[in-house]
Design a protein around this ligand. Structure first.
Ligand code: FUL
Length: 487
């Protein structure tokens, strides 16, 4: 049965805010949610902001990106595998979750699945007694990261791929992964289906009907029955959508809403739509930005000098997290079974850059005023914008779709980044806004932008000012903003 989390959440938020309003002597109801709104599971996922992808399989040892499916398990032989090294580096950088390619298109399984011989159990790794899914999920528990699963729907090894028997196999594997390794926060369904493969020795091209073959509704139902908190990623959702490119950027305009009827995995020409979402989309399906720290998804020694620099990673952070999406950065282990030194260095310096840039919030202690606030009730006052509480927000009367708030400092400060957050449990609203600074006794526009969503970070030319104003120039309904930070 479908759980009504969003409705329950909205009703409890409304009651909570109403009660607070009554306590302050004035009862002003909060704005009605602007549908669609995120589910509780999606909200928890938005909060994660930065997750890591780990691509590891026989490809790491054969130099391929897409294994054909005929690779012998004997090639899989990491000599110094240390998942504590992987997860501790990721934790230090600031990642909140990890998604592991438990099985990529080559069909090789990183856990000893009872349904196939094509797995670690027939590899030299720990003499066939290894289970890398267990090692990674255990390390995630140890370091406090969430664990997620990638299980490629396309399987170039399996003899039944393309026939109904394979769907049973795939579902059996999902049961193994969702019952044997603790809680799984995200399930990643890859849309790639290339056609040719080993397929149990047939070495042929197999085509499937992407819309019907996998019968996704039944598969998702099965998985949700085991772990109801999981969110599903695919090109088209249902919980998280692909952002339409693998280069690290969400649209400058990025709506969390989209109409799934216009999408299905692999459909040509939808990349642009996936990148921006649509203002009037019928469902809340936010974008995830998957991108690799290296040119390839798997480790190749010849790419050791091509690891993205800390500055490139920082730019990707701004065009993903800074545009309201979640970043999924791939960091592939090498043949030793370690994150390579070059990647470690880049990640550490990227983490340092994030810390340096976003640790001294210039907005704290500022005086805040707004062009107006809802029912003149203190529960919706602009002070909520800087109180560090994501459950409180500034909002206006129902008929207001424009409005502004300003922050005044006791002395002039140099601002380079403006960070804003909408209170998305009530829906995504803002269509356009300007950032203005007080200069020579007048307001000067220093940046113009469109959507905000969970988080928007605007980098501006560093400017010294005593006052900064956010001027909302259009919104789908009255603006509801929970947070502003300045750096
Ligand atoms: C793609 C795959 O084909 C790549 O190998 C990689 O796994 C990437 C994340 O998704 O569709």
């Amino acid at each position: 049965m479908k759980k009504n989390y969003p409705i329950i959440l909205i009703i409890s938020c409304m009651i909570g805010l109403w009660v607070t309003g009554c306590q302050s002597g004035k009862s002003v109801p909060p704005p009605a949610p602007l549908l669609p709104v995120p589910s509780e599971n999606q909200l928890a996922w938005h909060e994660m902001e930065m997750n890591a992808f780990i691509h590891f399989t026989t490809n790491t040892f054969t130099g391929k990106e897409w294994g054909y499916g005929d690779e012998s398990p004997s090639v899989f032989n990491p000599s110094e595998l240390d998942t504590d090294q992987w997860i501790s580096v990721l934790k230090e950088t600031g990642f909140k979750g990890v998604i592991l390619t438990c099985k990529h298109h080559d069909g090789f399984c990183l856990w000893p699945s009872e349904y196939t011989e094509h797995s670690v159990k027939n590899s030299p790794y720990k003499d066939g007694n290894g289970d890398i899914v267990k090692e990674v999920s255990d390390a995630c528990k140890k370091y406090g990261l969430k664990f997620g699963v990638y299980l490629s729907p396309w399987d170039r090894n399996h003899k039944d791929y393309g026939n109904p028997g394979y769907i049973t196999y795939y579902r059996n594997q999902l049961k193994e992964l969702f019952t044997g390794y603790g809680s799984v926060f995200e399930m990643w369904f890859d849309g790639a289906n290339g056609g040719d493969g080993y397929y149990g020795g047939k070495r042929e091209i197999r085509r499937i009907d992407r819309e019907t073959y996998y019968d996704w509704p039944a598969t998702l139902h099965l998985v949700r029955g085991i772990q109801p908190e999981v969110v599903f990623f695919s090109d088209a959702g249902p919980d998280i959508r692909w952002i339409g490119n693998e280069r690290g950027y969400a649209g400058e305009t990025n709506w969390n809403t989209i109409t799934p009827d216009t999408l299905y995995a692999g459909k040509a020409g939808i990349q642009k739509l996936l990148n921006t979402g649509s203002i009037d989309g019928s469902h809340w399906i936010p974008g995830e930005v998957d991108v690799s720290i290296r040119p390839g998804w798997f480790y190749h020694a010849e790419e050791d000098s091509l690891v993205k620099t800390p500055e490139q990673l920082f730019d990707i952070y701004l065009t993903s997290v800074g545009r309201g999406a979640v970043l999924l950065l791939n960091v592939p282990p090498d043949r030793r079974g370690l994150i390579h030194e070059n990647d470690v260095r880049s990640l550490q310096d990227f983490g340092e850059l994030l810390h340096e840039t976003f640790s001294n919030n210039l907005a704290s202690g500022a005086t805040v005023k707004a062009s107006g606030y809802r029912g003149k009730s203190s529960q919706f006052s602009p002070n909520n914008l800087i109180d560090g509480d994501k459950e409180t927000y500034w909002t206006m009367d129902d008929d207001a779709v424009t409005g502004s708030f300003e922050l005044e400092f006791s002395e002039a400060k140099t601002v380079s980044y403006v960070l804003l957050q909408e209170y998305i449990p009530l829906g995504q609203r803002i269509k356009s806004f300007r950032v203005e600074v007080w200069n020579n006794d007048e307001w000067e526009t220093v940046s113009e932008a469109t959507t905000i969503g969970h988080k928007r970070i605007l980098q501006i030319k560093p400017v010294k000012t005593s006052k900064i104003r956010i001027n909302i120039t259009d919104s789908k309904a009255c603006p509801v903003i929970s947070n502003i930070e300045l750096y």
